[in-house]
Write a protein that binds this ligand. Structure first.
Ligand SMILES: Nc1ncnc2c1ncn2[C@@H]1O[C@H](COP(=O)(O)OP(=O)(O)OP(=O)(O)O)[C@@H](O)[C@H]1O
Length: 308
């Protein structure tokens, strides 16, 4: 379990992490989400004892990271900056790490295999692509078979096969009961990988929730119905908990019931349907709504209309 207690980091006059309080539980993948510059890397660095908080504290497995006697076997971490000697091979890089913790060569070979790097194990790291570097970083994080993993943007630079690999890997590591915290600025990626989300913007906690709950609070699922008898269907569907909005050309958006019920009701009363489409709110939209006040680097709105 990872706990952050009122974590705060100030650089000069700027507070980049602001009283962050959250818990990351074992057995699920927790996505740490926020726009560029939100403070994700800074928070992760504080969790790992690489940056000292201005105030607040954090624990991993009940104690501060720095007090773990053999940190590699407790916490595996991948941070954005690469810290591999470019002249070393992948194998030698991992062996050097393994030596510091008495980890056997067989484990090095195992993690190289897990990361799909066996064929490249004896190539120098300076010749690695961004994706191969990420794979090596993940192999290093897994080296000590840790109970907790903290990975900063692990899909960065990975090709589609690599993205799928990391998703499957993280899910299976969590299923083994490990605590997995993984950062991203992409909601679409996290929606596929994480069960739980800790969302921050400008260093502040915006949401600590599940993917399913985020969909619900963002407006929940609805059903789009198109019928030439919109008024009739509207009356037939009205009931407790059902909310219906009317659009143009016989379009209804129905909240609070499902497509099967609407279809049955329409059929029972011979109301013809031109369309019956279940809709889920776009998580991307929910994320943008949540973080719109806290986006650090905003793209200018597209120009519309004819040039002056
Ligand atoms: N060493 C530092 N000195 C001064 N400011 C810093 C330092 N490190 C980070 N910052 C600032 O803190 C803020 C948060 O940065 P951080 O890298 O933690 O964000 P992030 O959420 O990881 O962003 P990204 O998704 O772009 O990686 C940024 O405004 C950044 O400029």
């Amino acid at each position: 379990m990872i706990r952050a207690y009122e974590l705060t980091k100030r650089y000069g006059g700027a507070t980049v992490v602001h009283g962050l309080d959250f818990t990351v539980r074992p057995g699920t993948v927790t996505g740490f989400l926020g726009p560029n510059g939100a403070g994700k890397s800074t928070t992760m660095r504080m969790l790992l004892g690489l940056d000292a908080p201005t105030s607040g504290r954090s624990t991993i497995g009940g104690r501060a990271y720095a007090t773990h006697p053999a940190p590699l076997t407790e916490v595996g971490a991948l941070l954005e900056a690469r810290s591999v000697h470019p002249g070393r091979t992948a194998f030698h890089h991992l062996m050097a790490l393994a030596h510091t913790h008495g980890i056997p060569r067989s484990r090095v070979e195992h993690v190289l295999d897990l990361a799909g790097l066996t064929a490249a194990a004896h190539k120098r790291v300076k010749g690695f692509s961004l994706g191969m570097g990420q794979r090596l970083g993940i192999a290093a994080a897994l080296l000590g078979d840790p109970a907790t993993l903290i990975l900063d943007e692990p899909v960065n630079g990975l090709d589609p096969e690599g993205v799928l690999w990391i998703r499957t890997l993280l899910t299976s590591l969590a299923a083994e009961g490990r605590t997995v915290l993984v950062s991203s600025h992409l909601m679409s990626e996290m929606a596929l990988t994480a069960d739980h989300l800790v969302i921050i913007g400008r260093g502040r906690l915006l949401a600590d929730t599940t993917v399913a709950e985020l969909i619900r609070t963002a407006g929940g699922a609805s059903v789009k119905v198109v019928t030439p008898q919109a008024d009739t269907l509207r009356t037939l569907l009205a009931g407790p908990g059902v909310r219906i909005t009317t659009g143009p050309a016989g379009e209804l958006t129905v909240h609070g019931t499902d497509a099967a019920h609407i279809g049955r009701t329409a059929a029972a009363h011979a109301v013809p349907l031109a369309e019956l489409t279940p809709q889920t709110v776009s998580l991307e939209q929910a994320f943008m709504d949540l973080t719109q006040e806290s986006v650090e680097y905003r793209t200018a709105a597209p120009l519309t209309g004819a040039p002056a």
